[in-house]
Design a protein around this ligand. Structure first.
Ligand code: HEM
Length: 454
């Protein structure tokens, strides 16, 4: 270890600390090592050093106080190499990332994020979910593909001004590939061919179908969606060192679609798992929803301020679901310091989000599922500082506004109409998660009944 580098377990030649890690589920290893070496420690994956950052104090010092120093993405990991530093999620800190992040934020807002225009897009998709659930009344169903389709379509409406059906190629090829891709996004395991296949398929679909069609029908300066806007930007920015290009656009659009679909749907699926298997909590949400929405056709995002328990339930699910458990890996862009240790430029940095989302001292009930974690003594919704499933600092999730709208409107509208029942023959609910770059719940089925009050 370099001088004043964070401590860690002894190194084995060639392997470094790889023998310390359990393949497929390193989260418990990270927690065990934290107890021995403290909140900032180091591990060597082969010869590559990594610093694991735990607990709110250290995570904030890295990602907020020293935000720029820690805003890079590791280079030389398999998946980052494949995307050749394109897109936004894995792009290293620099002009290309900055331009595209700014473009994404501006256009998400222009196409409705945080506004009623986005609520409308979400409500249109909710109608399709309700139709699917109506068709399944009295039966048991797996909610997985229904939820994936809805979250994918909400992002597609913004990116391409389009939605897809269950049988479209787009959904079959892309969405099914995501569960594999999520596991390799951080380069933890290496189904590289899968990722390459996915990227080339997606590139093909975007370039051949969407891009071509957009080019023919667009009116410059009057963008209908992200792709039109990107084309405007490419025309505007004709300087040699422009960071906007056709190739770049493909990865960028894939990034936004992937980031917006996989995370949101796995969170939503976890929410439905808890709502279905904890009927008393479900009923308490429904009482609140009925009271606040009385006389209204549909919920609006503003209604959340009157729905303290529902909000607490959603946030508690996000806390325990810990959907992006090791964040997206960061890297230092200069020689810097963290909690008194020296961290050289280019070091891989892994913020361990679980260590914050269940940190003792930050939560009333750090180790159990309990919406009271987000309620004060008056029963009002409060958000503790340690709630950071979207990360924090200058690289934090740029789709939080959209995700929060979906995570509120979809369950509220469904709980208003349907009772979700844990099937009698389903056995005990299994809350253990499947580990990956994005965590997912174990597959489960629900039984759907119309609400008697409706
Ligand atoms: C529940 C849903 C979501 C969760 C939990 C989530 C979480 C995260 C996390 C932890 C990061 C890494 C931040 C960092 O590196 O410090 C991230 C990055 C990102 N997210 Fe999300 N996200 C969600 C939904 C979305 C949605 C809906 C979109 C867009 C449509 C989106 C787009 C992105 C993008 C583009 C990045 C990369 C930002 C950058 O590198 O500068 N996410 N997200």
């Amino acid at each position: 270890r370099p001088k004043n580098f964070p401590p860690g377990p002894p190194l084995v030649p060639v392997l470094g600390n790889l023998l310390e890690m359990t393949v497929g589920s390193p989260l418990e290893d990270f927690e065990r090592l934290r107890k021995t070496y403290g909140n900032v420690y180091s591990l060597f994956f082969g010869s590559r050093p990594a610093v694991i950052v735990n607990g709110i104090k250290a995570v904030r010092e890295a990602l907020v106080t020293n935000a720029k120093d820690f805003a890079g993405r590791p280079q030389g990991l398999l998946v980052a190499d494949l995307s050749e530093n394109e897109g936004v999620i894995l792009a290293d800190y620099g002009p290309r990332w900055k331009d595209h992040r700014r473009f994404a934020l501006t256009n998400l807002r222009n196409f409705g994020m945080g506004k009623s225009a986005m609520e409308e897009k979400i409500h249109q998709e909710i109608k399709f979910i309700i139709d699917t659930m109506d068709e399944n009344i009295g039966k048991t169903m797996s909610p997985e593909s229904m939820i994936y389709l809805a979250t994918s379509n909400i992002v597609c409406r913004v990116l391409f001004n389009a939605r897809y059906n269950q049988n479209d190629d787009f959904i079959n090829v892309i969405i099914k590939g995501y569960s594999e891709n999520a596991k390799i996004l951080n380069g933890l395991s290496s189904t590289v061919s899968q990722s390459m296949f996915l990227r080339s398929q997606f590139g093909h679909i975007v370039l051949q179908n969407l891009y071509g069609a957009h080019k023919k029908t667009r009116v410059p300066g009057q963008p209908r969606d992200f792709i039109d806007s990107y084309l405007d930007e490419m025309e505007k920015d004709t300087e040699k060192d422009s960071t906007f290009s056709e190739d770049q656009m493909c990865t960028f659009v894939l990034d936004l679609h992937f980031a917006g679909t996989d995370t949101t749907s796995n969170t939503m699926l976890t929410l439905f798992l808890y709502l279905t298997s904890k009927p008393q909590m479900q009923e308490r949400c429904q009482e609140e929803i009925d009271r606040v929405l009385e006389g209204k056709d549909q919920a609006s995002f503003e209604d959340r301020h009157q729905m303290h328990y529902m909000q607490a339930m959603i946030h508690e699910v996000q806390r325990v679901a810990n959907i992006v458990p090791l964040n997206v890996f960061h890297a230092t862009v200069v020689d810097t310091e963290l909690m008194g240790y020296s961290i050289p430029k280019g070091t891989l940095v892994i913020p361990n989000m679980k260590s914050v989302l269940s940190e003792e001292g930050q939560w009333k009930y750090p180790h159990e599922f309990n919406p009271e974690n987000f309620l004060n003594e008056q029963g009002e919704f409060v958000k503790p500082e340690a709630f950071m499933p979207f990360s924090t600092g200058i690289r934090m999730c740029l789709g939080e506004g959209l995700a929060r709208m979906e995570l509120f409107l979809i369950p509220v509208m469904l709980l208003r109409k349907f009772k979700l029942i844990w099937p009698e023959d389903a056995g005990e609910p299994d809350y253990t998660q499947i580990f990956g770059g994005t965590m997912s719940p174990q597959p489960y089925r629900i039984k759907v009944q119309p609400r008697s009050t409706q």
